[in-house]
Structures are given as structure tokens and as C-alpha cells.
Design a protein around this ligand. Structure first.
Ligand SMILES: O=C([O-])C(=O)C[C@H](O)[C@@H](O)C(=O)[O-]
Ligand SMILES: [Mg+2]
Length: 429
């Protein structure tokens, strides 16, 4: 068996995205992703997926060149290559990450997101070469299915008039009744039994009313609210007091470890984050100040599936919960998330996934949710197959774009509907 990497293919694509609202604005009609293929000398191909904006593509290209000739099993070496790849400073200095909403952007965070796409592709190729599923390469699954929660968004029925887009049948959700209807559809279509509402969109009282309406409509179901750090400490504590009885956790109510620690000290409601703990370096301060009770891992942030397991082990050691964050992603990443989640013993909460919002994919068969769960594949590798026609179609869309959609920009998308819109300063309320 020859595990030498003979070729690496990078295919940037644009995938359809609905008009989902968040505190920065609204999703653009198409969003960039990068599909990574790693081919061994024996002709085995592994696939991975990560962010596709230019700032990720730039370091991904030299990374791909350096990978050729190495072993697909040399996963630790990926971090060595990452250190050798330069990141254009202007892409990161002083920039808050728009796409992932994960605090201040740094060159290392960017590199780790690139590594994650290659690591998943290498694991897929290695698994296929050895005849083993990815979860076996990570030490083996401890569950046969992984539970996901419904990721509810305030949204418009359609993108603004005149904007080229794909349509969907979800309808608008801009008030409590709309949110409950969306949750009902999620339950009916996918069987989800826990619900997360993306907040920070409307004044807190309106979002409190939406969560109360969910609690009334789905008694006993776990509920979460995530305003992406849009609130002050005072507002966060008020919301925590009002919703204390119905929330499983409150996600990133305020921005940064200090504000989160203050909120945490003033409420019994557990706080979760995918914003103030997104790298290993941020763990010590956050945990020692008891700023968060649940870390939402994301293999795209943390540098892949093996780092996600390390994060879970650290959380277990410190008695902090762990679950998974999601951004816009396709089936390759859902498969990767499912494999790693299946190996984490201390996964106490249903994971997030945007996947139901993505009507397009690059796979021959979409992954499915049964009773809110994705079955863990025992097929070699990730257990997914790339559909080359679909990949080319979505790549063609990227090629044809004049550049406007190649960088995710929720504020720019909002300006189409509200010309005066600027990204709100924080705390917004
Ligand atoms: O849990 C989160 O913070 C997210 O998923 C951040 C994302 O950017 C989400 O808000 C989005 O896609 O609008
Ligand atoms: Mg979040």
C-alpha cells in the first residue's frame, strides 16, 4: 500500500444560502466553501471541506503544494506545514471574523481552519486505504448515532427583490409565531427535539418572547438562545433571569471572557461559547474564571478532528461540558462532525448543524437526520462520495462570480435591503 500523497485538488465553490438573520446582518444568497481532495499514489481520494473565502484560499494553495510527497498518515506533520505557510497580515490584523463569529481573527486561527480541511481529507483517504471508518482512526465510536439540534434562525421568506438566489419553502420567521412554526417544521422534517434560536437580531424582549413561545409549544424540550455577544452584562443577566427556567444554556450572551465571567457569576443558567474559547490558548483564563460551562467545539476552528478530541479531554478534566458549533457547511463536514462526535464520551448536548439550511451539496447522497440523529457510518473513510458534476456546477458559479460573493459579508447583504446598515457596535443592547 502506497500512502504517499500524489496530488491535492482545491475546488472553491459557492453554495446557496437562505436569508438567515444574525446580529451582523443577513446571509448572502451564496456562500463560499472550499472542497479539498487528497489523492494517494495508489489512487485513493480523500475529501475535506472548510471555509472558502480568499483569506483561507490564499494559505490553502501553498499548503496543498507542500503536502505532495508526504504520507497521508502524517497528520501531525500538517501542523508543521501550517507553520510554514505565511498569512497576509492585512487579512487578520484588527479584523473581527465575520463568517465564523469567533472573536478577533488571528493568523493562527486562520491556519487551523485550513489545516482542518486537509486533516479531514487525509483521514478520509487513510480510512479508505485501510478499510476503516474515520471514527476507528480516532479510537472508535462510543455511540452509533449523533444527536443534532434544530438551528432556528429569524429569516425572511426570500432574499431581497432582484437578488439572484435559490428559493426555499421555509417561509419567513420574524416573530414568535414564525419561530414556533419554523421549529415545528424542523421537528416534522428531521425529528429534532432540541432547539437553538440565533438571537441578537431583535431587541431582547422580542427574543425572550420567542423562546417563551417555543417553551410553550414544545414543553420539556431543551432550548438555547445565542445572540453572538450582542448584549451587555446587564442585559444578559436580565435575559438569564427571565428565561432561567426554560433554557438548557445561554450561548455567548456577552462578548469576551471578562463579560462572560461576570454574567456567569450572576446567574445559575449555564453559559456556552463558540466565541470566547476558540483556541487552546484561550482555555486557561476562561476556565479559571468559570466564564463558560459548555464549550462548543468546531473542528474547522480547532484544527481538525484530533484536536477536537483533545479539547473534549481538557473539558472533561475541568468539568466543563462540550458540544459542537456549526457554521454554514456541507455534507463532508457533517460526516466529519458525526465521526468525531461519535468518539467523544463526554458529549452531553445535541450538536448544532446548519445542514438543513443547505439545499445544495457536493455528495452523491445527502446525509439524513432520523429522529434528530445522524447515523455513524462504518464504511471506510468518512462514508461519503463526491459528486463531480455537482462540484463542477458549484465551482462554475464561483468562477462566474465577480468577486462580490467570494467573501462572506453579512453586513453587505443587509445593505441591499437597508442601504444605511452598518455592522452594529457591541454591546448592541
Ligand atoms: O453559533 C454561532 O455563533 C454561529 O453559528 C455563528 C454563525 O455565524 C451564525 O450566526 C450564522 O451563520 O449566522
Ligand atoms: Mg454561537
Amino acid at each position: 500500500m502506497n500512502l504517499t500523497i500524489a496530488d491535492v485538488r482545491l475546488t472553491p465553490i459557492l453554495v446557496a444560502d437562505p436569508p438567515l438573520l444574525n446580529t451582523q446582518g443577513v446571509h448572502q444568497p451564496y456562500t463560499p466553501r472550499l472542497i479539498v481532495e487528497v489523492v494517494t499514489a495508489d489512487g485513493v481520494t480523500g475529501v475535506g471541506e472548510t471555509y472558502g473565502d480568499t483569506k483561507y484560499l490564499e494559505p490553502a494553495r501553498p499548503f496543498a503544494e507542500k503536502l505532495k510527497g508526504r504520507q497521508v498518515s502524517d497528520l501531525n506533520g500538517l501542523f508543521v506545514i501550517a507553520d510554514e505557510v505565511s498569512v497576509d497580515d492585512s487579512r487578520v490584523s484588527g479584523q473581527v471574523d465575520v463568517g465564523g463569529l469567533r472573536g478577533v481573527q488571528t493568523a493562527d486561527k486562520l491556519r487551523l481552519s485550513v489545516v482542518s480541511g486537509f486533516e479531514v481529507a487525509c483521514l478520509d483517504a487513510l480510512g479508505k486505504a485501510l478499510g476503516l471508518p474515520v471514527h476507528a482512526l480516532l479510537g472508535g465510536k462510543v455511540r452509533d448515532a449523533v444527536e443534532y439540534s434544530a438551528y432556528l434562525f429569524y429569516r425572511w421568506a426570500d432574499h431581497p427583490e432582484g437578488v439572484a438566489c435559490e428559493k426555499d419553502d421555509w417561509g419567513a420567521a420574524v416573530d414568535p409565531a414564525g419561530v414556533v412554526e419554523q421549529a415545528r417544521l424542523f421537528k416534522e422534517r428531521y425529528g429534532f427535539t432540541s432547539f437553538k434560536l440565533k438571537g441578537g437580531v431583535f431587541p431582547p424582549d422580542e427574543e425572550i418572547a420567542a423562546v417563551r413561545a417555543l417553551a410553550d409549544a414544545f414543553p420539556g424540550h431543551p432550548l438555547r438562545l445565542d445572540p453572538n455577544g450582542a448584549w451587555s452584562v446587564e442585559t444578559s443577566l436580565k435575559v438569564a433571569k427571565e428565561l432561567g427556567g426554560v433554557l438548557e444554556y445561554l450561548e455567548d450572551p456577552a462578548l469576551g471572557v471578562s463579560a462572560m465571567a461576570e454574567v456567569s457569576a450572576g446567574t445559575g443558567v449555564p453559559l456556552a461559547t463558540n466565541m470566547c474559547v476558540t483556541t487552546f490558548a484561550e482555555i486557561k483564563e476562561a476556565f479559571s474564571r468559570d466564564a463558560v460551562q459548555v464549550v462548543l467545539s468546531d473542528h474547522h476552528y480547532w484544527g481538525g478532528l484530533r484536536n477536537t478530541r483533545q479539547l473534549a479531554a481538557i473539558c472533561r478534566t475541568f468539568g466543563v461540558g462540550v458540544s459542537m458549533h456549526s457554521n454554514t457547511h456541507l455534507g463532508i463536514s457533517l460526516a466529519a462532525m458525526t465521526h468525531v462526535a461519535s468518539t467523544v464520551p463526554n458529549l452531553q448536548h445535541a450538536c448544532d448543524s446548519h445542514y438543513p439550511w443547505q439545499s445544495e451539496d457536493v455528495l452523491t447522497r445527502r446525509l439524513t437526520f432520523e429522529g434528530g440523529r445522524v447515523a455513524v457510518s462504518d464504511a471506510p473513510g468518512l462514508g461519503v462520495e463526491l459528486d463531480r458534476e455537482k462540484l463542477q456546477f458549484l465551482h462554475r458559479r464561483w468562477l462566474d462570480d465577480d468577486g462580490a460573493l467570494r467573501e462572506r459579508d453579512d453586513a453587505a447583504a443587509m445593505r441591499v435591503a437597508e442601504p444605511g446598515w452598518v455592522t452594529p457596535s457591541v454591546p448592541r443592547w
